[in-house]
Design a protein around this ligand. Structure first.
Ligand code: NAD
Length: 462
């Protein structure tokens, strides 16, 4: 934007009181034909949004919370049916958590330093248009979560939904754009394209008016973003190990592990992906897990299971996020009358079921002699991704040692993995866990610039 355009804009903003009726959309509620058109519209929206007071941001967020709530069940159902992954009931819990428990502008805390030299303020300011890439595994959750965080930080957003979740994502983006418009009078605070292809995502990443990338997905897309030359918040893959030692409350551990590992058919990147248990409590733990609904696969059936779940060392995409019964059928194994919640199987530590990020309700179980061996294996399984790990133990020194050694963005002690994203655990919710780039569990301040404002000589009242 040149100086005269900027001047005109500032004059417009100063002279007019925006009301919802004043602006008309040039697109279908934020949905454009090309990434360039969408990004330009989001950029224009940002220039106006930037002039709004903080209460405008809060108004959008509170309207989102109120107006999206009645639609979450339907969105969850459509998300499960369009992607063919996960289940509507758990998706509803995830969407509710994103809507109700993602922090708003209260996350943008100001700090001040004062002294003889005056005062320094540190405040959070927006970046501009954020390019947000959403995964197929949490399509609507990520859009809701990032909309709240990024709009709270004062940004506007270009969403790149996964092509496999196009319809439900576009429906949700239109709803969010419309709610934001009715709260502010500004169109295109949230935009996307009618055909969210991989090519569109690549064009978005290269566009000069994208100020920040937030990429939630597998290693390929995160790496692509890191090569873009832009600032990237990369929320990549994980392979969370779950350690159980002999001091653990075995009954609670069994229930927590079943709940976490079966949640949305193990689609969440934070879900327990392998169980590493100290031999002396292994039988008791597995019995308890069976009592809570796990089905134990044994003998040659494990080979059949592995053969369908893992192909060339990676998860078979056709079975990602499928139900335990569907996976049993695919493996040619009989399905019990009462549908199992999780499939469990004793394997060796280097089994592909352990080393691959499966995203399926199939939990490989590795028995080890003691806690030290468990931690050593967990470090190998987590592969330095710094994502998530879970541990069940009553030994505080061991819990601390594991947390310190694994250095994961999320470490859950004595609970299901989802406690780490604020579901049944303390803390806020996020579906963008920035592992390779280190922001960890993201919130509004993660998508804001830290700025320093200095006043010399004064404003210290000490
Ligand atoms: P994915 O990598 O296949 O897709 C993620 C996004 O990247 C999608 O929007 C997709 O359209 C886009 N994309 C993928 N390949 C592309 C290409 N070649 N060109 C342009 N765009 C491309 O991931 P997925 O299967 O949808 O999601 C599962 C993965 O995401 C898992 O590895 C999981 O651990 C990870 N994940 C991480 C987090 C986190 O917060 N760290 C959250 C959810 C999912």
């Amino acid at each position: 934007m040149n100086t005269s355009e900027l001047e005109t804009l500032i004059r417009t903003i100063l002279s007019e009181q925006l009301t919802p009726a004043q602006e008309k959309s040039s697109a279908d509620k934020g949905v454009f034909a090309t990434p360039a058109q969408a990004i330009e519209a989001a950029h224009q929206a940002f220039l106006r949004y930037q002039q709004c007071p903080l209460k405008t941001r809060s108004a959008i967020i509170s309207s989102l919370r109120d107006e999206l709530a009645p639609h979450l069940a339907q969105l969850s159902e459509e998300s499960a049916s369009e992607t063919g992954m996960g289940n509507k009931d758990d998706k509803l819990l995830k969407n509710k958590a994103a809507l109700e428990n993602t922090p708003g502008i209260e996350d943008l805390t100001t700090t001040a330093l004062t002294g003889d030299g005056g005062m320094v303020l540190f405040e959070y300011s927006p970046f501009g248009v954020v390019g947000s890439v959403a995964p197929s595994t949490n399509p609507t959750e990520t859009i809701i979560n990032n909309s709240i965080s990024m709009l709270a930080a004062g940004n506007t957003i270009y969403f790149s939904p996964h092509p496999g979740a196009k319809n439900v994502s576009l429906k949700l983006i239109r709803m969010i754009e419309d709610i934001a418009f009715r709260s502010t009078g500004i169109r295109n605070l949230v935009v996307t394209v009618a055909e969210p292809t991989f090519e569109a995502t690549q064009q978005m990443m290269a566009h000069p008016k994208i100020a920040l990338l937030a990429i939630t997905g597998g290693p390929g897309i995160v790496m692509m973003g890191l090569k873009s030359g832009k600032k990237v918040i990369g929320a990549g893959a994980g392979n969370p190990p779950c350690i159980v030692d002999e001091t653990a409350d075995v009954v609670k551990a069994a229930e927590d592990i079943i709940n976490g590992a079966s949640f949305d058919y193990n689609l969440p990147c934070i879900a327990e992906k392998s169980l590493i248990v100290v031999e002396s409590v292994a039988d008791r733990l597995l019995q308890q897990m069976q009592a809570f609904g796990a089905l134990r696969i044994t003998g040659g059936d494990i080979d059949k299971l592995r053969a369908v779940c893992i192909i060339d060392g990676v998860a078979n995409k056709k079975l990602v996020g499928k139900s335990p019964s569907a996976i049993l059928q695919a493996a040619g194994l009989s399905v019990p009358p009462k549908a199992p919640r999780l499939l469990i199987a004793d394997v060796a530590g280097n089994d592909p079921l352990v080393t691959a990020e499966q995203l399926m309700p199939v939990l490989p179980v590795v028995r080890v002699a003691d806690f030290e061996a468990a931690l050593a294996l967990a470090l190998v399984v987590e592969e330095g991704l710094h994502h998530t790990a879970v541990m069940h133990s009553q030994n505080v020194s061991r819990l601390n040692l594991a947390a310190r050694s694994l250095q994961t963005s999320i470490f859950v002690k004595n609970g299901p993995s989802y406690a780490g994203i604020g579901v049944g655990g303390e803390g806020f919710t996020t579906f963008t866990i920035a592992t390779p780039t280190g922001e960890g569990t993201t919130s509004a301040k993660s998508f804001a610039r830290s700025r320093r404002c200095v006043l010399t000589n004064g404003f210290s009242i000490r």
